[in-house]
Design a protein around this ligand. Structure first.
Ligand SMILES: [Zn+2]
Length: 101
């Protein structure tokens, strides 16, 4: 594993590695979002149910453990069978992370 590729834009805490990036094809409140298989240096918010276009999900907000910035969410449970692959994955808003080349 190389150096962390994605850091909290606010405080530069490493959040995810390049090889943990699964998809760039997600949308969040503020625009484009990435899906990651893992994330570190984060804390979780309250579990909540959310109704998205693709179905009902149980998610938890994720926040930078250092500065507390909200980064996105983790999918805990998906109601639709074909969305189950999202369970345990992390969605992080592009506007909240900076990429290191
Ligand atoms: Zn931070």
């Amino acid at each position: 594993m190389g150096p962390p590729a994605y850091k909290c834009r606010n405080c530069q805490t490493p959040i995810a590695y390049r090889d943990e990036l699964l998809s760039k094809n997600y949308m969040a409140k503020t625009g484009q979002a990435f899906m990651f298989s893992h994330a570190r240096n984060i804390v979780f918010g309250q579990k909540q149910e959310t109704n998205l276009i693709t179905g009902v999900y149980t998610i938890a907000g994720i926040f930078c453990s250092k500065c507390g910035e909200e980064l996105g969410w983790k999918y805990l449970q998906a109601s639709e069978a074909r969305q189950k692959f999202k369970e345990g994955k992390f969605i992080i808003e592009c506007s909240k992370i900076s990429k290191e080349y």
